[in-house]
Design a protein around this ligand. Sequence first.
Ligand code: URA
Length: 275
Amino acid sequence: MVDAIDDSQLRADMLAALAWQVELGADEAIADAPTDRTQLTRAPKAAAAAKRQDRAQDQAQDHDTGPAEDPVRAANDLAANAQSIEQLRDALLGYDGSPLKTGARNTVFADGNPAAEVMVIGEAPGRDEDREGKPFVGRSGQLLDRMLAAIGLNRASEDPATSAYITNVIFYRPLENRTPDDAEVQKLLPFTLRHIALAQPKVVLCVGNVPAKHLMQAKTGITRFRGSWSDVPSASGSVPALATFHPAYLLRQPDAKRFAWRDLISLREKLESLQ
Ligand code: URA
């Protein structure tokens, strides 16, 4: 019986790893993602979305009778008081310092195993994540799952050594899926830093520019910064963090998957060295 379970798990892992390898071998002729033509018009749309969100913030402040509270200080206080991941989640649900919240259906906090050795931190929820209330459940999430499976990790696993814990630096879907700006990230960063301190992963994997910039202090874009290790603050002092490409970028640029593969190997080696 035990062998049967092991076999089916092994088979699923092997198939997932194989799927990832197939993706690594894809070239332009068999690109696995169509070119997203909407990207070409996203900039003006994103600017309009940002304006709408600013307007919503102004309106919210118009109704505010007292002196406006500093949202970063409020986030810091709430996050610092949380003594468990559940308390942190509740604190976040009660936080109204991010105007992004007004345009979102759900607060997308985390998914996977909070005890996992690996904590994956992305950018912000997209449409699917906003709908489901969970990070990385859309197409890029499916690719992320295959990437993790290629190094033996599965967010659904109960074993900390083979699972992953997944979150984002932004917990609400920005309208039009625009990239969140620095101020928007800073308002929520106390929650992410406290999240890392409470989850105590052995390793953090930052996927994409935004988490690399704000958590790892990346001074260059992800194309140059990926593959770099640096420390992010944690309860135990610090935790090693690795930056890699965002899966959404890999869907658009399959050629870059070979670099992501190198990063995953580096992650695997780091985990082994920490055993
Ligand atoms: N992209 C992210 O950065 N996070 C998600 O949760 C989904 C897509």
